[in-house]
Design a protein. Sequence first.
Length: 415
Amino acid sequence: MIIPRAKIQISCLDLGKTFLGLLNPLNDRQKCSPIVEKFASSFAAQFNREYGVAFCKARMGFYHTLKALDLEPGSEVMITPMHIADFINIIRLCGLKPVVVDLEPDSFHIDCEDLKQKITPKTKVLLLTYLYGYAMDMEKILEILDKNNITLLEDCSQALLTEDNGKPVGTFGKAAIFSLSLLKPVSTFNGGVVVTSDKELAAKLKEQAANQNSPAKIGVLVDLVKNVIFKVALSGLIFSKIVLPLLKKFSDYSDFFSKYQKTNKSVSLRQSLPSSFFTRFSDAQARLGIEMLKKYKSGELIRKKIGLSMYDKLESSSSIILPKIRREAENGFWLFPVLVENPEELKKHLLKQNIDSSPILLSLITSEEAFKHFEFSAPNADRTHSRVLFLPIYPQISVAASDVIIDSVIEYSPK
Ligand SMILES: Cc1ncc(COP(=O)(O)O)c(C=O)c1O
């Protein structure tokens, strides 16, 4: 059995329609586009939030939210260490100070002890990121934040169906951001949405969104083509006859697939944000988003079920460590990370059995040269980051395929 690492969820029909929509000169003529507003508010409604505002990227949703909060210069914004590096640049460029809070050992949950220790009178915001769809103990986190008057912003880019205590993530903080980039269950090639129930914040965000430049159509088209290439490369015959043999052949050198997928190829200390970050979300993307919103839930429910079943079957395996999960919560299982001393070795072992796993793409903020002067410290996350490998998981994966993956992982014995 041949098992690719991922599947693109956007249909060929939706790809084609979006392509034509991007070329249509009648689109994107209004600064406050009704179709973009419809998409963003439908997105917000999924999370019982009254307002949704779309931006060209989730990170820009974060940027505009920080701006709208109007914090005193030098205020501290806390963030966890496995992230998109630009989030650090955005905090800096808003005149604020980034503070990195560690994760728990062998886990993607924020470490509440480290959180408490790093709070100072200047701490004003925590951006809490639900990595891979894992739920966290919200009661505990909110208690710490409330006691210290800290605003919670949530990054739910990887957690569309995650809940804690019967409440969806994205509804615990003042606002939540969602990325719509490649492989996300609701993807519009690129883009991001901020959802909130705070009327004043929503009004400021809408004003910011309307003030952006016209959509960067070329950029969206490039990402659309990238999606098509992935879709083709991951499909049946092409994957088994061309891509898999190439991945096997070059397994000693590099995973060319993940290098191509990674959007943030190099990390720098930015002096300003690129002008392409100040563009609007396009009408064609909004139409695609509306279609994706109609479809994503059934697939994500399957993904969740497969994820939990894989977790149960692998829990007693001695060949790998599973990151801790909260059993009492609803975990989304957007990806399926396992921890192992030598991820490269496990990757090659799986490849021999035609299973295509993938490496971590998120940056480890603590180890980025560009941010060295901040002297961030997060030893647990450093250790976790060096040991992650992602097993394939997606709504289309069969039970038989997930059993093959599990057997192969159990068979693995580190050299
Ligand atoms: C957890 C998380 N946050 C933020 C982002 C950034 O999204 P964008 O590229 O839309 O800014 C991503 C993208 O993959 C993500 O996984």
